[in-house]
Design a protein around this ligand. Structure first.
Ligand SMILES: [Zn+2]
Length: 287
């Protein structure tokens, strides 16, 4: 190991670290949070005014919002403010996490919620949902909801593995699916790229993605992938536990840091432009 490290150090160019200049130019434009939860347990410590203030301080001007149960989403988007993109969460409670994919009452709940809409307008998608075993991507409700999403032009937010991504989009070719975390088990970059090539409706959301950065620096293979497929990635907070709200601004400051290591146009797309294109959002007005 020591010998190998010496070789790596010797390979660095003279005159200091190659990323020193880039580190100064954090991305400064608007951000879209493509993975926001406002779950029941977060609402007392972080009432809507607190959430809106954190978003404003972070420069987050719009968000894909979904909550367990869905009341949290309805409560938050009723506040107005940022460009809200409400999604129907499939879970009424924690028990639904493990059985939704074969539970027809979930499909009926989704239909009723789509019918009712939200204070911010129609629901635009389904999820976030989880599949802990990719075999469950073939569950009757999972298949039905993928077909429903394609029929109605809804986007799906799915926390699943690479096999399940392939299965879900196989059930509804051409559907729009945001892959939450873009491979949270560390699926190889080449595998992520292969899925992007195979499924034109697939996009990746980058919270918790292993190997994306180290010490605030984008890895070389991720920089290449993000640059090559600049129109296919989004960023999100994933406020899945209440504690995550305390780090909301720091999280996006961190994103701004590595976005600044990408070409400006690439950074703009990942930060805001891809969500704006997917959901038809207007350019944000000046802060
Ligand atoms: Zn999540």
């Amino acid at each position: 190991m020591l010998r190998r490290r010496a070789l790596v150090l010797a390979a660095l160019p003279l005159g200091g670290a190659p990323w020193a200049a880039q580190a100064e130019a954090a991305y400064a434009g608007p951000l879209f949070d493509a993975h926001l939860h406002y779950n029941d347990d977060a609402q007392q410590p972080h009432p809507p005014a607190d959430v809106l203030a954190r978003m404003a301080r972070a420069g987050v001007r719009g968000a894909l919002v979904n909550s367990r149960p869905n009341d949290g989403t309805l409560r938050l988007v009723a506040e107005g403010g940022p460009a809200w993109v409400p999604f129907v969460r499939l879970y009424r409670n924690r028990a639904d996490y493990t059985g939704w994919f074969a539970d027809d009452s979930i499909r009926r709940m989704v239909l009723a919620m789509l019918e009712a809409g939200s204070p911010a307008g129609p629901f635009r998608g389904l999820g976030e949902f989880h599949l802990y075993d990719s075999a469950n991507a073939d569950g009757s409700t999972a298949v039905a909801l993928m077909k429903l999403a394609r029929e109605r032009g809804l986007t799906v937010l799915a926390h699943v593995d690479d096999v399940a991504v392939d299965k879900l989009l196989g059930h509804a070719p051409g559907a729009a699916l945001i892959w939450a975390h873009a491979g949270i088990s560390g699926e190889p970059v080449a595998r992520v790229q292969a899925l992007l090539h195979k499924h034109p409706g697939l996009r990746g959301e980058l919270s918790y993605r292993p190997g994306l950065t180290q010490d605030g620096r984008l890895s070389d293979d991720w920089r290449a992938l993000l640059s090559r497929h600049a129109d296919r990635f989004l960023i999100g907070s994933d406020t899945w536990v209440t504690q995550r709200w305390q780090h909301y601004e720091a999280l996006f400051a961190d994103y701004r840091g590595w976005l600044g290591q990408l070409p400006r146009e690439v950074a703009q797309r990942i930060a805001w432009g891809n969500a704006a294109a997917l959901f038809g959002l207007a350019a944000p007005t000046a802060a």
